[in-house]
Design a protein around this ligand. Structure first.
Ligand SMILES: [Mn+2]
Length: 234
């Protein structure tokens, strides 16, 4: 069976409950469409749990990309942490660091700094090396999986794709992109697509949006692509 979830954001307990709920077997695959870290309570454990299972495939989200870069630049030394010393390591990224910290990165940073250097390195490598999209076929139906997608015109213009389109893109949920392909994405909590769908997986116009806002108090949503069955770990 193929399962898809997204936007764990350090919600380790919900992640563990979801794994139990779906009963993930050795020959099943669970896709996580990015944003393993930031905002939530257990970011390091969430990454390690995902990285250590062969039947879990992770695609990169914007928070994973940024966390990987920030850990590499600012979190690998154990020396003094005064702002001047830190800033000197990568002055060109200092503003981005501030943005990351205020957008949920502080939770990840604090946890990462408590880990041995070797573990930090494993986490930042894992977060930084995942693919941004994957296309799969289940029961004859093709699915495009990624953290996000850009607008329809941009996605159809394959020559001008940019990495950031799949990390920060703004999907047009009111448009069918492909008549024969379903786009499965996270990144946008479903309550923002349609208020009535808050906390539930949203399906329409050959889109499936799976981010149910686990870190904002919603469940961690998951869909089985073979059966259509939905799972919600509270
Ligand atoms: Mn995101």
């Amino acid at each position: 069976m193929i399962y898809v979830t997204s936007d764990l954001h350090g919600c380790y307990d919900k992640f563990m409950r979801l794994l139990k709920m779906i009963g993930l077997k050795a020959d099943d695959t669970l896709y996580i469409l990015g944003d393993l870290v930031d905002r939530g309570p257990e970011n390091a454990d969430t990454v390690i749990a995902a990285a250590s299972r062969k039947n879990i495939r992770v695609l990169m989200g914007n928070h994973d990309y940024l966390a990987s870069l920030m850990i590499q630049k600012f979190c690998m030394d154990d020396g003094p942490e005064d702002p001047e010393t830190l800033r000197a390591k990568a002055p060109e990224l200092w503003d981005i660091r501030e943005m990351w910290l205020s957008d949920g990165g502080e939770a990840t940073r604090a946890e990462i700094m408590r880990q041995p250097r070797q573990v930090r390195d494993v986490i930042r490598r894992f977060l930084g090396r995942q693919p941004v999209f994957e296309e799969i076929t289940v029961n004859g139906q093709t699915y495009h999986l990624s953290h996000s997608v850009p607008g329809r015109e941009k996605l159809l213009d394959t020559e001008h794709w940019d990495l950031s389109d799949f990390l920060f893109g703004r999907p047009e949920y009111d448009k069918v992109y492909f008549p024969d392909k379903i786009l499965v994405t996270g990144h946008t909590p479903t309550g923002l697509i349609d208020e009535a769908s808050a906390g539930r997986i949203w399906k329409k116009n050959n889109h499936i949006a799976v981010d149910c806002g686990a870190v904002f108090g919603g469940p961690l949503g998951c869909i089985c692509l073979d059966t259509g069955e939905e799972f919600y770990a509270e």
